[in-house]
Design a protein around this ligand. Structure first.
Ligand SMILES: [Zn+2]
Length: 268
C-alpha cells in the first residue's frame, strides 16, 4: 500500500525518544508519506526540522492552532511567512476555530484565523483546517477566502451532515481519522463517510491523539502513531463498501495533488 497520513503531530514530546522506530513501523505498515502538523510557531519550526531530517517522507504544515490564537502576532506571522517559503512546508495550518475547548478567547481565534486565511491567499497555498463546535463562524470566514486558495482541507472531520455538505459545496477536502473507530461517538461518521466523493477524501491519524479504539491489541501507552493509518483505511473501506486498495490509491493521489507531494524517490 501507498498510504499518506495528512495529519500527524510528530513533534509531540511522546515521539521524541523513538521517532525513527515510529517512522520505520509506519513504512512497514504501508504509510509512504506523512504531513507533520505545525500548530504553533515553535511547533511549526520543529515540524519543518523533522521534515528536513526525512526528506520526501515527511513534509510539514506551518500555522497557529486556535488553542494558541493569543500567540498570533506580527512576529509570529513573520516567522510563519519564513517557514512557508521552504519547499518542505506544504500548507498553512493548522488553523481554524475551536469553541469546544475555548482555550483561547473567541475574538483572538477569529483574528488569528482571518490572518492565516489572508496569508494562505497571499501565498497561494492550501489550508489545513481545524473546526470544532464552531461551524457557522468557520464557514463564514472560510467562504471569504476559499476562491483565493488552491485547496482547503477540513482535517479530522467529526461534524454533522449539514456541515459536511457545506464543506463539500465549498470544494473542500475532508480528512477522516480514527474517530470513525470510536464505538461511542463515531457511529454518525460511519454513515457520513459514504457521502464524501472519493476525490475529496483524505486520511489521517492525528497521532499521538485519537488512537483508534478498535485497534487490537490496544497499545498499553495509548499513543496513536502513523502505522495505525492502515487500520483506519480498512475500517473506512468497510464503511464505504469499497476495497482497501482502491481507497489507498485514491486518498494517496488526492493528498499528492492537494499538497503537491512527489512520490518518495527511493525506499528508506
Ligand atoms: Zn485539529
Amino acid at each position: 500500500m501507498d498510504l499518506i497520513d495528512i495529519g500527524a503531530n510528530l513533534t509531540h514530546e511522546s515521539f521524541r525518544h523513538d521517532i525513527d522506530a515510529v517512522l520505520a513501523r509506519a513504512h512497514a505498515a504501508g504509510v509512504a508519506q506523512m504531513l507533520v502538523t505545525g500548530a504553533s510557531r515553535a511547533g511549526s519550526e520543529q515540524a519543518l526540522a523533522l521534515a528536513h531530517a526525512h526528506p520526501g517522507v515527511l513534509h510539514a504544515t506551518a500555522g497557529v492552532h486556535p488553542h494558541h490564537a493569543i500567540d498570533y502576532d506580527a512576529d509570529t506571522e513573520a516567522a510563519l511567512r519564513a517557514l512557508l517559503r521552504d519547499p518542505a512546508v506544504r500548507a498553512v495550518g493548522e488553523t481554524g476555530l475551536d469553541y469546544y475547548r475555548n482555550y483561547a478567547p473567541r475574538a483572538a481565534q477569529l483574528r488569528a484565523f482571518e490572518q492565516q486565511l489572508a496569508l494562505a491567499a497571499e501565498l497561494g497555498m492550501p489550508l489545513f483546517l481545524h473546526q470544532r463546535e464552531a461551524h457557522s463562524d468557520f464557514i463564514a470566514l472560510l467562504k471569504t477566502a476559499r476562491d483565493q486558495v488552491p485547496a482547503a482541507v477540513v482535517h479530522c472531520f467529526t461534524d454533522t451532515r449539514a456541515a459536511l455538505h457545506d464543506y463539500l459545496d465549498l470544494d473542500c477536502h475532508i480528512g477522516i481519522t480514527g474517530w470513525l473507530c470510536d464505538e461511542r461517538r463515531g457511529t454518525p461518521l460511519r454513515e457520513l463517510v459514504r457521502e464524501i466523493p472519493g476525490e475529496r477524501l483524505l486520511i489521517e491519524t492525528d497521532a499521538p491523539y485519537l488512537l483508534p479504539r478498535s485497534v487490537r491489541p490496544q497499545p498499553s501507552h495509548r499513543r496513536n502513531e502513523p502505522m495505525y493509518l492502515a487500520h483506519i483505511v480498512a475500517e473506512l473501506a468497510r464503511d464505504r463498501g469499497e476495497d482497501v486498495a482502491r481507497i489507498a490509491r485514491q486518498t494517496g493521489a488526492n493528498a499528492r495533488a492537494v499538497f503537491g507531494l512527489a512520490a518518495p524517490a527511493a525506499q528508506r
